[in-house]
Write a protein that binds this ligand. Sequence first.
Ligand code: BTN
Length: 277
Amino acid sequence: MNAPGEGNTVGDGGGALSRRGTSHWAGEPVPVLERRWGVPLVEAHRTLGSTNDRLRELAGEGAPPFTVVVAEEQTAGRGRTGRAWHSPPGGIWMSVLLPEERTGRPPLTPLLVGLAVGRAIGDARPVLDPRIKWPNDVLVDGRKVCGILCEGAAGAGTVTGIGINVAGSMKELPAELRSRTATLEEVGGAAPDRPLLAGRVLRQLRELLDPPPPRIDAELGAELKALDALAGRRVVTSEGVRGRGAGIAPDGALLVETDAGDRIRLVAGSVRLCAER
Ligand code: BTN
């Protein structure tokens, strides 16, 4: 869904793909973004329903891995479990076509995408000290600054939607979400440059997921342990089980020590951090 006034075709780098959108994103020309980000194809939009939906269309037309769709604003941004994702101008609303995992239950891609964003934010602003909340949120000061939505594309790869709240405030969100959500500008005092930050994310995605690893090795495991927002913290699972985060297993499962004294593995769903320590 293009905004009125957007061109229909941008360049010819996409071959037979039905490329649409605008010529710039965040003030940078699309060909410059493709070169700096080291990706085969960027499609930029001023306004789009959801970058994930548009990338799935491109994947169906044969778009190559690491094709990127970005929008200044989404009118129907989607989050996990069918929630709406608030996507006003000023954020990074981006979808990337990642190579599909052949094995993996739980899939490692969402966790490693979270790690890629955490690394990128930490590299851009070390003082922010980002944490990963399993399976794939990125928190700064306990508040969510990034959400990730991975969706299959019928054998054409994994459509990976990344939403980073960069500039402005979350004041339009409902009150109960506002206290748990922030922009990087709110937590860091200044908004990072969006094209640079998106480029750091894409570089980390290539390093971590091209190709997707079969499991988390010792080095990655140590990094995830250091960044784990849930380790030792009181949590409640989406099934209502209460306990404490006990780390991430090499296959990507979340470990929880329950209040009943059991150690359980979560391979799907999510957990909520409890206020009490
Ligand atoms: C979540 O935390 O619930 C996941 C949020 C994912 C939001 C991103 S923004 C870019 C992409 N397009 C969408 O419609 N959603 C994802």
